[in-house]
Ligand binder design. Structure first.
Ligand code: ADP
Length: 474
């Protein structure tokens, strides 16, 4: 069977449809409930009125003339109530106009309903849309008071009520249709706007602005799309910058290597002193290329977290001394001074190799950027309150301007500042540090002011050495 893509429905059609169905159901429900309520309330009222009319007439009849009673009975006709007094053989006694005529109902049936000997007994029943009341009374011996109320009057009122309900229903429905179309078209307009902007954005227009002030959800979506736009733009800028930087950084050593190789070939080949000097430049530049390629590999590795973290407990104190010792040659040959303040036997849990990269980078930067006194301060201290260890690496160099501080962690960022020594950095070191520490979820940061040197710090969790270092004791 041929694949047919599912045809999707438009909000403009679905939303009003649901809204209208819901409104119709709601109107029908409310109106039916109202109608039944009104109907039963009217019936109750009619029943009450009939009973009260019955007892009013019963008490009125006593000692009154036939004419007065007849007038009284007729006065009820204004309310749609017919009242008459009937003899036990089915003839009308009152009102006097009808006297002697045969009552049009079945007197036997009526008599079977009431207990004529009991003066207080009465019946109330509905027959042929007429509500009827009958009771035995004392008038010319025993007779029956018969009061009836035709419900047809009420049904007429009900019909009027129904007509009103239909009108209200139609008006309500029209309002519902109007509201639903307005809301859905506002919603679809908002979505269409966003989608048109998204199409422009997908074609590479980064100047677009996603906006919607009508609905909170669309405003949130617009904000998200705006930040996606910024991120995409940033990553595009970054890629371009990366390519430019990488190619520039690769080109310089390559040009040097080529130039010095040519010089060895053409000029210095026979002069061992010159040749060695030129070859040394080639070796230095090759080392720099290797360093650059390693940094690029590292940065992409830690960014994608390819290796994951190999977490284990290790002695951070010894580990730090191990790294500092590797910088001994600087102290011996170039008069660098490392001032250390390191607590003994501090243990932490981390990826040892990656933390090594962090410390190397921070120490390397401190050495590169420190001031004329060539002093670097290293401290590793355990907090007295919490189980934390703080590593600080401080130098006496020119420092970093406060407004530049957030940017130094970005890839390829290098402060344009003349430092004491020409520094051959790649601008990748701190971004590697940041990524590794973020992967560890360790706090870190830098305090600095122009001219006041830099203090980089990392917060390690302190753990007991007995946990994992000596598994045999567990
Ligand atoms: P680089 O290889 O250039 O040192 P980094 O990512 O390690 O790259 O550092 C980024 C930038 O931050 C450096 O170019 C430098 O301007 C600044 N920076 C880093 N450490 C220091 C420091 N200790 N003192 C002054 N500036 C520093």
């Amino acid at each position: 069977m041929k694949y047919k893509p599912k045809k999707l429905k438009s909000i403009n059609r679905v939303l009003p449809r649901y809204f209208i169905v819901l409104t119709v159901l709601l109107i029908i429900f409310v109106e039916v409930v109202c109608f039944l309520f009104v109907k039963s309330a009217n019936e109750d009222k009619a029943r009450e009125r009939l009973v009260s009319a019955g007892s009013e007439i019963t008490s009125f009849i006593n000692g009154k003339s036939d004419e007065a009673v007849s007038l009284y009975l007729k006065s009820y006709q204004r309310e749609g109530i017919n009242a008459s007094v009937i003899s036990l053989d089915g003839k009308i006694l009152l009102p006097i106009e009808d006297e002697g005529t045969i009552w049009d109902g079945s007197i036997e049936e009526l008599l079977s309903k009431i207990d004529i000997s009991n003066r207080h007994s009465m019946v109330l029943y509905t027959e042929n849309h007429t509500m009827r009341y009958a009771s035995g009374i004392e008038y010319k011996g025993e007779s029956i008071l018969y009061v009836s109320y035709s419900m047809q009057i009420m049904q007429g009122a009900n019909k009027v009520l129904l007509i009103y309900f239909v009108i209200i229903g139609i008006v309500g429905l029209s309002i519902a249709v109007l509201i639903s179309y307005t809301v859905s078209s506002k919603l679809t307009d908002g979505l269409n706007n966003l989608s048109t902007t998204a199409v422009r954005f997908s074609k590479g227009d980064f100047g677009v602005n996603f906006a919607n002030a009508e609905f909170q959800e669309l405003a949130d979506l617009s904000d998200t799309l705006n930040s996606v736009r910024d991120e995409v733009k940033k990553s595009g800028d970054f890629q371009r910058e990366l390519l430019a930087n990488v190619s520039h950084d690769l080109k310089t050593p390559l040009t040097m290597i080529k130039a010095y190789a040519s010089m060895v070939q053409e000029i210095s080949g026979d002069d061992p002193e010159k040749r060695n000097k030129h070859l040394q430049v080639i070796i230095d530049e090759s080392d720099r290329l290797t360093e650059l390629v390693n940094d690029i590999l590292n940065v992409s590795k830690v960014s994608s977290n390819i290796d994951g973290l190999n977490m284990k407990v290790f002695n951070l104190t010894e580990f730090l001394y191990g790294i500092i010792n590797k910088f001994d040659y600087l102290q011996e040959t170039q008069n660098y001074k490392f001032m250390v303040d390191i607590d003994a036997n501090l243990y932490t849990r981390a990826d040892e190799e990656k933390i090594g990269q962090v410390v190397y980078n921070l120490l390397g930067n401190a050495v590169n950027y420190t001031g004329e006194d060539k002093t670097v301060f290293i401290s590793l201290k355990k907090s007295l309150i919490e189980d934390r260890i703080k590593l600080t690496i401080k130098d006496t160099g020119k420092g970093i301007a406060e407004d530049k501080l957030p940017e130094i962690w970005d890839r390829y960022y290098r402060v344009k500042e003349n430092h004491l020594r020409p520094v051959k950095g790649t601008g990748l070191g701190l971004s590697i540090v940041k990524k590794i520490l973020q992967n560890h979820k360790f706090d870190f940061g830098v305090n600095s002011k122009t001219g006041k040197g830099c203090e980089f710090w990392v917060d390690f969790p302190a753990v007991s050495d007995k946990i994992e270092v000596q598994p045999a004791l567990k």
